[in-house]
Design a protein around this ligand. Structure first.
Ligand SMILES: NC(=O)c1ccc[n+]([C@@H]2O[C@H](COP(=O)([O-])OP(=O)(O)OC[C@H]3O[C@@H](n4cnc5c(N)ncnc54)[C@H](O)[C@@H]3O)[C@@H](O)[C@H]2O)c1
Ligand SMILES: O=c1ccn([C@@H]2O[C@H](COP(=O)(O)OP(=O)(O)O[C@H]3O[C@H](CO)[C@@H](O)[C@H](O)[C@H]3O)[C@@H](O)[C@H]2O)c(=O)[nH]1
Length: 483
């Protein structure tokens, strides 16, 4: 099949829309990104990314002549492919709120016409039936306007991870296209064709990692494509909750969950990824997508106990953080607690459903003074959660100063190399260090003078074992039994 560059219009220029836009422009398509947020579009026109995502600003430069940004839908005119990438947040019921999708669809209809074939693509995460409903909305508007258009609706769910969005877009494990119309399928196959070629080399900003396999192309019906997205996210969220449930039992029986995860993860049927126990998952997707799939089940009177349990376990992990603090400090009221990390995961400034937000709220309610440091997410936290009573600090040492306890919430790479002794020197009282991501070596932390508490690392739960050995050495100059 001969390949041609397409005119692609992306509606919604957030994490998914912007990444998709810069990457498609990076492989030669002419891309127009639309958003109703004027500030976002102003920044993008000036070459600045409104989100922190490695590689995006480089691509904005590299692909500048293939990219444009606008608040005007008129630029959808003549697009071969219109990609919908607006938000689909949770409504109160847990159902996906499709109002942004439907608002966008009613706008794009005006730019569908009969002169050439156009594909409308649902890239947002949407419940089963949404492609069909999109088609129905478009057809009924066209009918009212007494017009016809040559179009089809396809589902093309997105699997990128924040912080790795550019990498995941250029080198996905799979591309899923759900369409009942062959022309739509061919158009999208054409759009992604460069990514499927052995010789594909992304723009300089994001070279192919050594030995990285080509993506699988999965073409299927629209309903299965819609289900694939929810099934994938629910599975990943469940896998994390599973290891977190195991980690609680590890604490009881005296096992170390990091050893258990290593031991089970080497079984290829299980796999080692997504077995990091700790304070649990957050982010804009897992919470909303597990809620939405449970809700879809309810529409069919079909309970989903496994996914519901994964949600409950995840909620419990956030409370476990507070329980660990209470067990060690006894009284939390009137104490100073420092949070290392605010974003829901490293390499992003995204705070949506971040565990840190709940933990801050609990602590403030309990009467603690809360300090925080995050390498990237502090401006967003100040802007979007002005009501949070948090003292922001400039670095990890300023954070530790005067703290009774420090809680590591986000696994930022720089937190793997913390100056633990200097932290301990600046802290006060029993110098509790709760490692919500199990990334700090417990022995090294204890050596530095901290009372280390991990998740599922029972040997270090109370800290007494390690402190006792340290004191024994200081007193006797000899190693203690078991060292
Ligand atoms: N963030 C992720 O990692 C990720 C990954 C895979 C899939 N998804 C899914 O992709 C979708 C988008 O997620 P996101 O994180 O990019 O959201 P986002 O909030 O970052 O971006 C959505 C954008 O859509 C814009 N918008 C809203 N209504 C609009 C309209 N009528 N016309 C034009 N623009 C409009 C908003 O202003 C916003 O900039 C969601 O369904 C999400 O579940 C997200
Ligand atoms: O072993 C692990 C792995 C992750 N997490 C946490 O899980 C959350 C989600 O992490 P991740 O999946 O890396 O981030 P997202 O960017 O939210 O990506 C998920 O959600 C996206 C939106 O749907 C999908 O596209 C991605 O495939 C899916 O991984 C974060 O809070 C992580 O800290 C753990 O607690 N333990």
């Amino acid at each position: 099949m001969s390949r041609k560059n397409l005119k692609v219009c992306i509606v919604g220029t957030g994490y998914v829309g912007l990444t998709t836009g810069v990457c498609l422009a990076g492989i030669g398509h002419d891309v127009v990104c639309i958003d109703i947020d004027e500030k976002k579009i102003r920044m993008l026109k000036a070459g600045q990314s409104p989100i922190y995502e490695p590689g995006i600003e480089d691509l904005l430069k590299v692909a500048a002549d293939k990219l444009s940004f606008t608040t005007q839908y008129t630029d959808c005119k003549d697009a071969d492919v219109i990609i919908l990438a607006v938000g689909t947040p949770s409504a109160k019921s847990g159902k996906a709120d499709l109002s942004y999708m439907e608002a966008a669809v009613t706008e794009i209809v005006n730019y569908l016409h009969g002169e050439k074939f156009q594909v409308v693509v649902n890239k947002s995460t949407v419940p089963v039936g949404t492609a069909q409903r999109t088609e129905m909305i478009i057809s009924s508007i066209l009918h009212k306007q007494n017009r016809q258009a040559n179009f089809a609706v396809a589902s093309n769910p997105e699997f990128l991870r924040e912080g790795l969005a550019v990498h995941d877009t250029f080198y996905p494990d799979r591309i899923v296209i759900g369409a009942k119309n062959t022309e739509a399928l061919n158009s999208l196959r054409n759009m992604y064709a460069p990514l499927l070629e052995q010789t594909f080399a992304a723009p300089k900003a994001c070279p192919r990692p050594e030995g990285f396999p080509l993506p699988a192309l999965i073409t299927t019906d629209v309903t299965s494509a819609e289900m694939i997205k929810y099934a994938a996210n629910s599975f990943l969220a469940t896998k994390i909750s599973y290891i977190n449930e195991i980690s609680g039992l590890c604490e009881k029986v005296g096992a170390d969950v990091t050893e258990v995860a290593r031991g089970i993860g080497l079984d290829k049927r299980i796999g080692s990824r997504f077995l990091q126990a700790g304070v649990g998952w957050g982010g804009s997707c897992f919470g909303k997508d597990t809620a939405a799939i449970i809700n879809t089940g309810l529409e069919y009177a079909y309970e989903m106990p496994i996914i519901s349990a994964a949600v409950a376990v995840n909620k419990r992990q956030r409370s476990r953080m507070i329980e660990k603090l209470q067990e060690s400090l006894k009284v939390v009221r009137g104490r100073t607690i420092g949070l290392l990390g605010l974003s829901f995961k490293p390499d992003t400034d995204d705070l949506r459903d971040a565990p840190a937000l709940d933990i801050i709220r609990y602590l403030v309610e309990m009467g603690a003074r809360v300090k925080a440091f995050d390498p990237i997410a502090m401006p967003n936290c100040k802007a979007y959660y002005p009501e949070l009573a948090v003292e922001y600090t400039d670095d990890v040492l300023q954070l530790a100063s005067g703290c009774d306890a420090v809680l590591l919430i986000t696994e930022w790479d720089e937190f793997r190399r913390l100056p633990l002794e200097q932290l301990a020197e600046r802290m006060t009282g029993s110098k509790v260090f709760v490692d919500g991501r199990n990334i700090v070596d417990p022995g090294v932390a204890q050596e530095a003078g901290l009372l280390y508490i991990g998740f599922g690392r029972s040997g270090y739960e109370s800290g007494w074992g390690y402190n006792w050995r340290r004191f024994h050495r200081q007193l006797t100059g000899k190693q203690a039994v078991g060292e």
